[in-house]
Design a binder for this molecule. Structure first.
Ligand code: SAM
Length: 220
C-alpha cells in the first residue's frame, strides 16, 4: 500500500518510524487494521497490511447542529463532537451567526484528527454550512432535535426520559437564537427544548455538555 508525501512525512520524519515498524490503520468503515512499514523514504513509502486488529465501532445515531462561532472555538466544537461520539456534524447559519462561510475541508480534517486521537474507527462527516431554515425545511421529523434552550433557567435536565432513536443536538451562536427562530423551534413537535443548567454557557461548552448528557442517557 503506497503512502503519499504527507503520510510518509508524518510516519518517518515526525514519528521516526523505520522499516519493520507496526502502524494502526483505519478508513472510517472497516475497523482497525495492523500494517508493517516495508519502505520508508522522506516523501514516499509503503505499508503491508497484516490483518484486522479491531472491528468497526460506529457511534450512536447522534448528530450535532451548531452555529459556527470564532475560528478556534468552531474547531474546538468539531473536535470535541468527534471525540464525544457524534455521527455527523452540521454547521448552520442562523440570524445571529457571524460566520458567513466555513472551511469545511479544515473542519473535516479536525474531525479525522480527533478520531485518530481517541483511537476511534469512525470519522464523523462535517457538512457544508447551510441556513438553519433550509435545514429545518428538509428535516426528517423521525430524527428528533434536542435544543439547548438557555431560557429554561434551572438545573441541568436529566435526559433519562428520552426515548432511543435518531437524535440531533442543536446549539445556537454567541448571541443565541432570535425570537423568530425560538418561536419556530417551539412550534416543531420533533424539537425538545432542554436546560443545560442555570448558567448561560458559551456555545462550545453547551455543545459538549449537551452531547455528554445525551450520551449518558442514550449513548453507549
Ligand atoms: N442568548 C444568549 C445571550 O446572548 O446571552 C447566549 C447564547 S449561548 C452563549 C449559545 C447557545 O448555547 C444557546 O443558543 C444555547 O443553544 C446554548 N446554551 C447555553 N447555555 C445554555 C443553558 N444553560 N441551557 C441550554 N442551552 C444553553
Amino acid at each position: 500500500m503506497p503512502l503519499n508525501a504527507d503520510q510518509a512525512h508524518y510516519l518517518f520524519s515526525v514519528m521516526r518510524l523505520a522499516v519493520g515498524a507496526r502502524v494502526a490503520l483505519f478508513n472510517g468503515r472497516d475497523g482497525e487494521w495492523t500494517a508493517e512499514v516495508v519502505e520508508a523514504a522522506k516523501k514516499a513509502g509503503s505499508l503491508r497490511c497484516l490483518g484486522q486488529a479491531a472491528p468497526q465501532l460506529n457511534p450512536p445515531d447522534l448528530w450535532l447542529i451548531f452555529a459556527p462561532i470564532k475560528k478556534e472555538r468552531t474547531d474546538f466544537i468539531v473536535e470535541k463532537a468527534a471525540e464525544l461520539g457524534c455521527a455527523k456534524i452540521l454547521p448552520v447559519q442562523t440570524e445571529f451567526t457571524n460566520a458567513s462561510r466555513i472551511r469545511q475541508d479544515r473542519l473535516q480534517a479536525h474531525a479525522l484528527e480527533a478520531a485518530e486521537q481517541c483511537l476511534g474507527t469512525y470519522v464523523p462527516e462535517v457538512s457544508d454550512l447551510q441556513a438553519l431554515q433550509a435545514l429545518l425545511k428538509g428535516w426528517d421529523p423521525a430524527r428528533r432535535i434536542l435544543w439547548g434552550d438557555e431560557s429554561l433557567v434551572g438545573p441541568a435536565q436529566t435526559l433519562a426520559g428520552l426515548t432511543p432513536g435518531p437524535w440531533a443536538i442543536l446549539v445556537g451562536p454567541e448571541g443565541g437564537f432570535s425570537e423568530a427562530e425560538r418561536a419556530q423551534l417551539r412550534g416543531l413537535d420533533y424539537v425538545t427544548p432542554v436546560s443545560l443548567g442555570p448558567r448561560i454557557l458559551r456555545a462550545d461548552t453547551a455543545a459538549c455538555a449537551a452531547i455528554t448528557l445525551w450520551q449518558s442517557a442514550l449513548g453507549d
